[in-house]
Design a protein around this ligand. Structure first.
Ligand code: SF4
Ligand code: SF4
Ligand SMILES: [Zn+2]
Length: 270
C-alpha cells in the first residue's frame, strides 16, 4: 500500500493524511484494521436486522468490569494520551493508583494473578481464570469521564480496545447465560441480531496475540487497562519518550511478521 491509498483504520481518509506515522504493514496497523473490521461486522449484522445495538457512546455500566487488552492496544491508547494535558494525565494516574490500592486490599488474589507469570496458560484458560477471579469485582475504567449531567462517557471512544467494541454487541458461543449488563441481560439476547465473538476474536488471537513456533503456540500478555497503566505509571507524563525508540520501531514501524517474532518470541529467541 502506498501513502496515497486509503488508510488501514477504515476512516476512508488517505493514509498520509490519517495515520502517516504508523507503517501500513506494522502490528499497530493490523490492530487498527481489526478494530475497523469488527465495527463493520457488528454494524452490518444489526442493520440487516434493522435493529440498533443497545451499546452506544455514553452507556457505561460495563466500563466497571474487569477485562483484558493486548499491549499493542495499550500503546495505541498511549498514543492518544499524548494529546492529553498534564492535569488530565495526573487525574488518570490518581485513578489508577487508587484502583490498584483497592484491588490490593479487597481482591488480592486477582492482583497477584496479574503480577504472577501465567504465560504457561493458553488464551482460553487464561481468560477463564481471569473471569473466575474477577467475579464481583467492579472498578471504574480510568478513561471513564463524568459529564456535568452525570452521564459517564468513554474519553477515548475512537481508540477504545476491541473488547469494548464487541462486548454487548457480539455473543459468546460457549457461555449463553453469561450476564452482560442491566440493559441487555444475558449474552443469549445478543444472538438474535449480533455476530458471534468468534467471527471477530479469532482473528485477534491469531493475528495479534499468538504466534506458532516449533509446533508450540506462544501468547503475548493481556491485562486490564488499569494494570497496563499501572505498569507504565512512571512514564505517563513523558509518553513521547515511553513510546519512542525500540517500542516505536517494533510496534509502529517494523513489518508485522518480524515484529510479532521479536515481541512474542523474545524469551525463546534471545
Ligand atoms: S454492554 Fe451494556 S452497559 Fe455496556 S455499552 Fe452495551 S448496553 Fe451499555
Ligand atoms: S476504554 Fe472506554 S469503553 Fe472501554 S472500558 Fe474504558 S471507558 Fe469503557
Ligand atoms: Zn487512519
Amino acid at each position: 500500500m502506498t501513502k496515497d491509498m486509503a488508510c488501514f483504520c477504515g476512516s476512508m481518509r488517505r493514509h498520509k493524511k490519517c495515520h502517516p506515522e504508523i507503517s501500513t504493514d506494522s502490528l499497530a496497523a493490523k490492530m487498527l484494521s481489526l478494530d475497523s473490521e469488527a465495527d463493520t461486522i457488528i454494524n452490518s449484522h444489526y442493520s440487516k436486522h434493522n435493529v440498533r445495538p443497545a451499546c452506544r457512546k455514553g452507556c457505561s455500566e460495563c466500563c466497571s468490569t474487569v477485562f483484558s487488552v493486548s499491549i499493542v492496544e495499550f500503546f495505541l491508547i498511549c498514543r492518544e494520551m499524548m494529546k492529553f494535558d498534564l492535569k488530565r494525565i495526573a487525574l488518570i494516574k490518581q485513578r489508577v493508583l487508587q484502583g490498584i490500592s483497592y484491588l490490593n486490599s479487597e481482591h488480592p488474589a486477582l492482583l497477584n494473578y496479574f503480577r504472577s507469570d501465567h504465560s504457561d496458560l493458553d488464551y482460553k484458560n487464561m481468560s477463564l481464570k481471569t473471569y473466575e477471579l474477577s467475579k464481583g469485582v467492579y472498578i471504574d475504567c480510568p478513561f471513564l469521564a463524568e459529564l456535568p449531567n452525570r452521564v459517564r462517557i468513554c474519553s477515548i471512544y475512537n481508540v477504545r480496545p476491541l473488547i469494548c467494541r464487541i462486548s454487548g454487541t457480539s455473543y459468546y458461543t460457549e457461555i449463553e447465560h453469561m450476564y452482560i449488563c442491566s440493559h441487555i441481560g444475558a449474552n443469549k439476547t445478543i444472538m438474535d441480531c449480533g455476530p458471534s465473538t468468534v467471527d471477530i476474536w479469532s482473528s485477534f488471537i491469531k493475528d495479534i496475540l499468538t504466534i506458532n513456533h516449533n509446533d508450540t503456540c506462544y501468547r503475548g500478555s493481556v491485562y486490564p487497562l488499569i494494570y497496563w497503566l499501572y505498569l507504565a505509571s512512571n512514564d505517563l507524563e513523558n509518553l513521547e519518550n515511553y513510546l519512542g525508540g525500540e517500542r516505536y520501531n517494533k510496534y509502529f514501524q517494523m513489518p508485522y511478521n518480524e515484529a510479532k517474532e521479536k515481541i512474542l518470541l523474545r524469551n525463546i529467541l534471545s
